[in-house]
Ligand binder design. Structure first.
Ligand code: C5P
Length: 230
């Protein structure tokens, strides 16, 4: 990074896009390559959805959800065999966190402005030296508008559904491809049309369609953009 970039508080690269665009894997790879921190902002919405289920909080009750967001304790880590391990208030919830039901509940509560505001400060606390890769839907538009580089990673819905289907199959889930495609489309529609922080590329974002790109190529493309900024 050039002196200019380094003199900004802490550099952030935002990777926004719909689910299945590959942004999670790409973001983690970039964070590892650069030795930077990684924020999976979707996991925070998912975690709050899990906590709401646990406490019997209605998914439409914005103020109770915002209140709950201020009380939960999250621990993101890895088990000894390198698999993701997430604790909610000390209890492991990794599988529940990543299931489709939780993704849909997260998408519902994410449409509530009070919930988004409640998660803002939490997300910004991830911005620590030497830098942050922030993965989400509104990282470049709302949470880190001053990011060094903004990427919007997209892909055709059919391709994203297929990737999700393969991922879920590996984990032993047995939803059909048609079911997954319907869910992908419904979630896209909700995320793109909501009034607060809709899923849209930031004006200064570089849009990459990953439909026909593998992860290595996508990562190399973004690293190239980072070097152009150095
Ligand atoms: O990325 P992931 O599928 O884990 O996100 C779950 C849901 O959380 C998304 O469908 C979206 O509605 C919401 N979300 C959001 N803003 C973010 C990250 C996720 O609205 N920055």
């Amino acid at each position: 990074m050039c002196a200019d970039t380094l003199s900004s508080p802490v550099p952030v690269i935002t990777i926004d896009g719909p689910s299945g665009s590959g942004k999670g894997t790409v973001s983690q790879r970039l964070a590892a390559e650069l030795g930077w921190h990684f924020l999976d902002s979707g996991a925070l919405y998912r975690l709050l959805a899990c906590a709401a289920r646990r406490d019997g909080v209605d998914l439409d009750d914005a103020s109770a959800l915002a209140d709950l967001a201020g009380r939960i304790d999250a621990d993101f880590g890895f088990s000894e065999n390198g698999e993701e391990r997430v604790l909610l208030d000390g209890v492991e919830i990794t599988r529940t966190l990543r299931c489709e039901d939780t993704g849909n509940a997260a998408s519902r509560i994410a449409a509530l402005p009070a919930v988004r505001t409640a998660l803002l400060a939490w997300q910004r606390r991830y911005r620590r030296p030497p830098g942050l890769i922030a993965d989400g839907r509104d990282m470049g538009t709302v949470v880190f508008p001053d990011a060094t580089l903004k990427i919007f990673l997209d892909a055709r819905p059919e391709e994203r559904a297929l990737r999700r289907f393969n991922q879920l199959n590996e984990k032993g889930n047995n939803a059909t491809l048609d079911e997954i495609l319907a869910e992908v489309r419904a979630r896209d529609e909700r995320d793109r049309t909501r009034a607060t922080a809709p899923l849209v590329p930031a004006e200064d974002a570089l849009v990459i369609d990953s439909s026909d790109l593998d992860i290595d190529t996508t990562v190399a493309l973004i690293l190239g953009q980072i070097h152009l900024k150095s």
